[in-house]
Design a protein around this ligand. Structure first.
Ligand SMILES: Cc1cc2nc3c(=O)[nH]c(=O)nc-3n(C[C@H](O)[C@H](O)[C@H](O)COP(=O)(O)OP(=O)(O)OC[C@H]3O[C@@H](n4cnc5c(N)ncnc54)[C@H](O)[C@@H]3O)c2cc1C
Length: 384
């Protein structure tokens, strides 16, 4: 029996766990009643301030009512918007990229401009090309100078994406389709060329009910099965650890590969910043797809777009570490806006996280760097 099947079986029922999709039901807090499994052995992350090799700051393009995916007319141009993915742009990119492509194809034209060369612009451009469209990308900055390069980056399709309490049903339908398309597409790219892989993710916790976790908006097939490890079954300094499998993206590898493939397929790239939609319309392109991320705020005057500032601390790479963590130390609970996330990548051990709404500064905050590193030192130094 595989893990998903096991979790849906009576074993899970006996544990009294509330699984993904039931987040609105009260979470169970009973401990597992079954024979303990062998302790999971994991190599320790050597976290310390001395091992920090760089810090990055990125501004997630957040809109409380969610990303914008729609077409409108601008003089003789059809303008298709595909921006505002918050902390989920990597996760959703192939999905909204395909849906934006469908809107572009409805015009009947086979020539298009894409604004933006982050993960959303590049995946959209590739989707257009694969359907026979001649594409030119215009971007103020190219990788590695995009927000997409500053991501952690895992498959986190609901992270910092929308105010779920006020989402519209129409948006929700778009979201569910986009996340399904993207989830399937990313799986096909696993391997070194695209820098996509799977890693187990451990979330240490004192509450057995934390295994509920998954957002109820996610379609069933996108929900990662969660497994609750009890005392003695995991090496972390808390009572339980929730384990799930997570897709991991290597931003430098993927964005460079996507740009290369775009050029191989005959695409052109122009480095240029547009100050207004008038300048965009003056290009005379029949179709323009706006993938400007947070840049869309000024470009289209969308004042709902706001930054969710996120800072990452990168430690010396440790190739032997092939698991991610979420949270994990008791002392971090009362830090406002603070959480913890570790993702190992070939370019370093990535430590997050911060999420500051409305904060535009790109200056690293030394106090946050210290908090994130010290809390991870606490976590990994107390691993068994
Ligand atoms: C710390 C952090 C962690 C994250 N972790 C994750 C994660 O784990 N999973 C996940 O899915 N997402 C994550 N994200 C979110 C993700 O990085 C973003 O949602 C995504 O990068 C947005 O991509 P984009 O292509 O829309 O924008 P960008 O990458 O910002 O690209 C925008 C492009 O548009 C161009 N542009 C903008 N304005 C103009 C203009 N006026 N004229 C011409 N060109 C313009 C820019 O130059 C750039 O090329 C994280 C983000 C941060 C900061």
């Amino acid at each position: 029996m595989n893990r998903r099947a096991a979790l849906k079986s009576g074993t899970t029922a006996a544990l009294g766990l509330v699984l993904g999709g039931c987040a609105t039901r009260p979470a169970a807090t009973v401990a597992p009643v079954r024979a303990a499994r062998p302790m999971v052995r994991l190599p320790r992350v050597h976290a310390s301030l001395e091992r920090v090799i760089r810090t990055t700051v990125g501004l997630r393009p957040y809109r409380p009512s969610g990303f914008v995916l729609r077409a409108e007319r601008l003089d003789d141009t059809t303008l298709v918007h595909n921006y505002g993915h918050g902390g989920a742009g990597w996760s959703l990119s192939w999905g909204t990229g395909l849906m934006a492509t469908e809107l572009a194809l409805e015009t009947g034209h086979r020539r298009a401009v894409v604004i933006g060369a982050g993960v959303v612009g590049l995946t959209t451009a590739l989707q257009l090309q694969r359907r026979g469209v001649d594409v030119t990308i215009y971007a103020a900055s190219l990788p590695p100078e995009t927000t997409s390069n500053m991501a952690l980056a895992g498959f986190t399709p609901t992270s910092g994406l929308v105010n779920f309490a006020t989402r519209s049903p129409a948006w929700e339908a778009q979201f569910r389709r986009a996340v399904t398309i993207a989830y399937r597409h990313w799986q096909l790219l696993v391997g070194p060329h695209w820098g996509v892989s799977w890693v187990p993710n451990y979330a240490p916790t004192d509450t057995a009910g934390s295994a509920a976790g998954a957002n109820p908006l996610l379609p069933d097939e996108v929900r990662a099965a969660r497994e609750l490890l009890g005392p003695g079954e995991h090496p972390f300094p808390m009572t339980y650890a929730v384990r799930r499998d997570e897709m991991r993206f290597e931003p430098s590898i993927f964005l460079d590969a996507a740009l290369r493939d775009f050029l191989v397929l005959g695409g052109r790239v122009v480095v240029r910043r547009f100050a207004s939609l008038r300048e965009v319309a003056a290009l005379g392109a029949p179709v323009v797809v706006n993938c400007a991320g947070l840049g869309a705020r000024d470009l289209v005057g969308d004042q709902e777009l706001t930054p969710l500032r996120g800072q990452l601390v990168v430690l010396v790479p440790q190739p032997e570490v092939q698991y991610a963590t979420n949270g994990g130390v008791r002392t971090d609970r009362n830090t406002p806006g603070g959480f913890l996330h570790m993702m190992p990548r070939s370019d370093g051990i990535i430590l997050g996280g911060t999420s500051e709404e409305g904060e535009w500064s790109l200056e690293p905050d030394p106090a946050e760097i210290r908090r994130v590193v010290e809390r991870h030192v606490e976590l990994f130094d107390s691993m068994r």
